[in-house]
Design a protein around this ligand. Structure first.
Ligand code: ADP
Ligand code: MG
Length: 241
């Protein structure tokens, strides 16, 4: 029998490492000479494994923040740490690597490719990882099982309900086995029962350790979160209570 020493000083439990640490994040857009300050000095830390929602009025900066967290864009100023990487300082190759490996994205409009089957759509999410075919197949099957759609692998989006399409999109996002799942209004196009269905899937993934950050207008979604943030005119506030 091998005794493994668990309490070495560098064996930091995963849950004590923040998923994100943002300091002084600003984002300014300039379009046709007009300057919009979408984020005005956001300081926030998000714990690994947390379930956080972001609420707030249209134009408040929610999608902008999610794009920065998702390494789709860079802040104008500040530091945006994901693990040990500062996305504000990273090269575009750094951002691409983080995006490919660490982050899953889910959108309100599902963004599935209509001509591809559910399995093929999920497989698309694995493209940037360069995995061997056999490993890709395992991950596709596994991800569809996790969202309860193993039997629908060969169906195209048009043959699935809205809730099922969003579950395919979640499977696509988690197939890469990311640390963080970012969702922008994931239930915005769904009726109440489908919304509950999606929430149940998301909560199950969160219970398994996935960090969940969800932008939502739906207070029913926000009330399921462990932590609630509000973004208004580019300023963030914790409204968890
Ligand atoms: P929310 O998602 O909360 O509705 P956004 O992050 O989409 O807010 O937008 C915040 C502000 O930034 C708005 O004033 C919006 O018009 C502006 N904005 C967002 N994206 C761009 C862009 N690509 N170019 C110029 N302005 C933008
Ligand atoms: Mg938005």
């Amino acid at each position: 029998m091998t005794i493994v020493e668990q309490n070495t000083p560098d064996a930091v439990p995963a849950e004590t490492v923040p998923a994100y640490r943002l300091t002084g994040i600003t984002k300014t857009y300039t379009q046709k000479g007009r300057v919009v300050q979408a984020l005005k000095g956001v300081d926030v830390e998000i714990d690994a494994g947390d379930f956080v929602t972001i609420q707030g009025p249209t134009g408040g900066g929610k999608s902008t923040l999610l794009q920065l967290l998702g390494a789709l864009d860079k802040p104008t100023e500040g530091h945006l740490m994901i693990g040990d990487t500062d996305l504000a300082q990273g090269s575009s190759a750094d951002l691409e690597r983080v995006r490919a490996r660490e982050i899953g994205f889910v959108f309100q409009a599902f963004n599935l490719i209509p001509t591809l089957t559910a399995a093929e759509n999920v497989d698309m999410g694995l493209e940037p990882l360069g995995l061997p075919r056999a490993e890709r197949d395992v991950r596709v099957t596994d991800a569809l099982e996790r969202v309860g759609l193993a039997e629908r692998a060969d169906h195209r989006p048009g043959e699935l309900s809205g809730g099922q399409q969003q579950r395919v999109a979640i499977a696509r996002a988690i197939a890469k086995r990311p640390r963080v799942l970012l969702a922008d209004e994931p239930t915005g196009n769904l009726d109440e029962s489908m919304r509950d269905d999606i929430l149940a899937v998301l909560e199950e993934l969160n219970a398994e350790g996935l960090t969940l950050i969800v932008v939502t207008h739906d207070s029913a979604v926000a009330h399921r979160a462990r932590r609630r943030l509000r973004l208004d005119k580019g300023t963030i506030r914790d409204i968890t209570r």
